[in-house]
Design a binder for this molecule. Structure first.
Ligand SMILES: Nc1nc2c(ncn2[C@@H]2O[C@H](COP(=O)(O)OP(=O)(O)OP(=O)(O)O)[C@@H](O)[C@H]2O)c(=O)[nH]1
Length: 377
């Protein structure tokens, strides 16, 4: 999927960098351009991307200090400059725009929904968001910010892929190490998803220098399958797992199915998200090890497990010794983790508003409709 990537805020800039670097290292060229936007000058310095500093007249390059309403305001005020900067990058080849942001802070949290709205107004290609949820141990301001931002982003973007900061953290990591690990994991998963839809001849095949035969590819994933999977809108998640391929092709039936189970049951960006409205299974590996029977069985298993009748599946030929499974889930609003998060956010907002009686437990679908969490726009 030929993508223009925009990172907003500190987390957005770092994750956009990790993604652009991964795409480049792998030679995928799915990310055609990447831009980082922030109201804090220091967070833009040192990023190997083109950057735009917003809100300079208001916060003088010092960031919005976790105030996401101010984050939304400065993005709105400087929207013309940002759109101008993007207009030279989004062209007739662009198939999707991805905005990535940490939803718990100020600039990314407030800025991402505003930017999504502005881009939707102008461009026909889908505008997707990658929204990073604060970990459970982050303070109430982060939770309340993320709840408000998510509610707004889910409405403004064509789909929002959620990454829970608690999902891929390794125990024992410091916060900085933890972030670096999470960012690498996001880069690999989203990076594969974007590359999976690219035609084979467009890939430089950094892993094998063109050694993949073109006519393997009747079931190769197409960009339109990613877009169709996300068409229902709302919230999405990605799962991923990888195992060594066996030399015996028959054994790879089981390798594909067990790797897919791991991807969905233990490897998703939103733990416990297994029911979905639609899903896409991408099996990556050498064409001769990607067992057709295995991929078909794995796809049927995803159908049963997610309860969705709309599960697409396909291959992603890669010259590696592993078989990887990437599962994209769309329509995960009802998952327990989203419910728990929206309750946590509503409680945090009630705490900050001193209206604790407003924080009764409700299900997540309802929290996207009711007034417990303020809308940002
Ligand atoms: N995955 C990941 N999350 C991060 C990273 N840096 C910060 N976060 C998370 O993002 C949230 C804070 O957002 P930031 O991006 O730091 O804030 P900002 O948008 O720059 O906003 P201000 O600093 O208030 O202007 C918190 O929930 C952090 O846990 C990162 O590198 N990776």
């Amino acid at each position: 999927m030929k993508t223009v990537l925009v990172g907003v805020g500190q987390a957005g800039g770092k994750v956009a960098t990790a993604l652009a670097e991964y795409d480049d290292e792998m030679g995928f060229r799915a990310i055609r351009d990447a831009l980082a936007i922030n109201s804090a000058k220091a967070d833009l310095q040192g990023l190997p991307l083109d950057t735009v500093l917003i809100g300079q007249d208001v916060v003088k390059g010092h960031g919005v200090g976790g105030d996401n309403q101010l984050g939304a305001e400065v993005m709105q005020n400087d929207a013309d400059e940002v759109l101008n900067e993007l207009s030279g990058r989004i062209d007739s080849e662009t198939e999707a725009i991805f905005i990535v942001a940490g939803l718990g802070g100020g600039t990314g949290s407030g800025g991402a929904p505003v930017l999504a709205k502005e881009l939707e107004r102008i461009y026909d290609v889908p505008v997707y968001a990658i929204g990073i949820l604060p970990g459970r141990d982050e303070g109430s301001l982060y939770q309340a910010n993320a709840g408000r931002s998510l509610k707004t982003l889910a409405r403004e973007a064509d789909s929002t892929i959620l990454i829970d900061n608690d999902a891929w953290r390794e125990t024992g990591d410091s916060v900085a190490e933890g972030m670096a690990t999470i960012n690498e994991r996001i880069a690999r998963r989203i990076g594969l998803l974007l590359a999976a839809g690219e035609p084979i001849e467009d890939r430089s095949m950094g892993l094998g220098g063109g050694g993949i035969d073109r006519d393997v590819g009747q079931s190769v994933v197409d960009t339109s399958e990613v877009i169709n999977t996300l068409r229902g809108g709302g919230l999405a998640a990605v799962g991923y797992a990888s195992s060594e391929a066996s030399e015996d092709p028959d054994d790879n039936v089981n390798v594909v199915t067990s790797t897919t189970r791991q991807a969905l049951l233990t490897g998703t960006s939103l733990p416990e998200a297994t029911t979905a409205d639609a899903a896409l299974l991408v099996a990556a590996g050498r064409p001769d090890s990607l067992s057709r029977k295995g991929v078909e069985r794995a796809r049927s298993w995803v159908e049963e497990e997610t309860g969705s009748m709309e599960v697409r599946g396909g291959d992603f030929p890669l010259d590696t010794d592993d078989i990887s499974a990437l599962v994209l889930l769309s329509g995960v609003e009802g998952s327990p983790r989203v419910t728990a998060f929206m309750n946590r956010a509503a409680e945090a907002q009630a705490e900050t508003d001193d209206q604790s009686e407003g924080a009764a437990k409700r299900d997540a679908a309802e929290s996207f409709q009711n007034d417990e969490l303020d809308d940002l726009l």
